[in-house]
Design a protein around this ligand. Structure first.
Ligand code: XIL
Length: 380
């Protein structure tokens, strides 16, 4: 009797287990179907977003109509990431080599040049109809140790610099649109920065660099590039005086780069930037905004992003209304890859796309400024 009961209990348990197993299989199948459906919906949505994005003109499209270049600094390794490369091609028509052409990277040993990264960036730009800004020939940072620890005489260092400039500029002759020949040579108080170039060669290193760059590529536009000299201040006065004296000496210089690394808390005054660009125009010089980013103290709130968008808009408007402002370049485009968090502790979110390549308010404010400029021009 007892064994019969046990057998029956076993059977019931078996049946229950079987039912549970069947139910969970059915449930699994339903979930699978639901996931597939959700996946289809997401893909459909992504397709719609793509279609809408394609219908809105890209920044490069708008910039071309306005007669200026819009671009970003790029790293060679990031061009292998498809979202990154896609956005670069879609949105911009000028690229700056963020690090690839800096002295220490391109010329790591006395007899060694390493052009792979820069070659790749230049070819990428060419095959996508973009210009290139070469950055940078003479700077006090990112120098190789064979330079910083070399103990060269004036003659030796002059020969080294000449050979460097002739080789690097010469390699890209006719292919690099503009060079930042000398970068950050002036202090905030307007004096020349104490660098290995100034100490060893003397202040003439600046004009020599321009002359050699011109010799290596007579077509390239040659720029002096600096930060903190955007508005009207001691430093921008010193930049103005330096480039004026170079022009008076017949040195081949064609423009000034305003880096525009700024923070939400103290952006330069747009009227002052306009006045600064105007006085450079009177010298016959072009201006490029060369490295713009607007860093925000993290975490960034929505109203910070709107304020940031307004600052980007102010600067693009100043550039659009100045005849000699020909390029607007940002120091990257996605917050996923920006130098800000590692160089300014507590800051981030400085660029116009978020970390997932979604346009931020600044993107739309820049686009709107272009459209406003175009419609205003049509009215005139
Ligand atoms: C920065 C790069 O973005 C970083 O990747 C690198 O570690 C340091 O240099 N002014 C310039 C640029 O002229 O070359 C600098 O680029 C940013 C400040």
């Amino acid at each position: 009797m007892k064994t019969l009961e046990i057998k029956l209990a076993y059977r019931i348990i078996l049946v229950l287990v079987a039912i549970l197993a069947i139910l969970s299989i059915i449930r699994g199948l339903i979930i699978e179907v639901e996931i597939k459906e959700l996946y289809n919906q997401v893909s459909e949505l992504r397709r719609h977003i793509m279609v809408v994005r394609m219908a809105v003109p890209s920044l490069r499209n708008l910039a071309e109509k306005c007669g200026i270049y819009i671009g970003v600094a790029v790293e060679r390794s990031l061009l292998d990431i498809s979202d990154y490369a896609y956005t670069v091609k879609q949105e911009f028509n000028i690229l700056t080599t963020e690090n690839a052409l800096k002295f220490g990277l391109v010329h790591p040993e006395l007899d060694v040049y390493s052009f792979d990264d820069a070659d790749h960036i230049v070819s990428f730009a060419e095959s996508n109809g973009m210009k290139v800004r070469g950055h940078t020939l003479v700077w006090h940072q990112q120098l190789p140790t064979w330079i910083t620890q070399g103990r060269y005489t004036r003659e030796e260092l002059m020969n080294i610099l000449r050979e460097h400039i002739m080789t690097v500029v010469g390699r890209y002759r006719g292919r690099i649109y503009a060079w930042d020949v000398v970068n950050e040579a002036i202090n905030d108080d307007g004096t020349l920065r104490d660098t290995i170039w100034l100490r060893t060669i003397g202040p003439e290193y600046i004009e020599l660099a321009f002359r050699w760059a011109h010799e290596a590529d007579p077509q390239a536009l040659l720029f002096y590039n600096d930060y903190g000299a955007e508005g009207l201040n001691t430093k921008s006065n010193a930049v103005y005086n330096l480039v004026k004296s170079l022009i008076e000496k017949g040195v081949p210089i064609h423009g000034v780069g305003l880096q525009m690394h700024i923070s939400l808390e103290n952006p330069p005054n747009p009227q002052e930037v306009a006045a600064n660009i105007r006085r450079l125009n009177e010298l016959g010089l072009e201006v490029h905004i060369t490295e713009m980013d607007v860093r925000i103290r993290m975490p960034a709130r929505w109203d910070d992003l709107i304020r940031q968008a307004e600052i980007y808009r102010e600067i693009i408007k100043v550039c659009l209304s100045a005849k000699n402002c020909k390029a607007f370049v940002m120091w990257g485009f996605t917050d996923r890859y920006s130098w800000i968090p590692s160089h300014f502790s507590g800051y981030g979110a400085a660029l116009i796309f978020d970390e997932s390549y979604r346009p931020k308010p600044a993107y739309y404010y820049i686009a709107a400024a272009f459209i406003e400029h175009l419609t205003k021009d049509n009215k005139d």
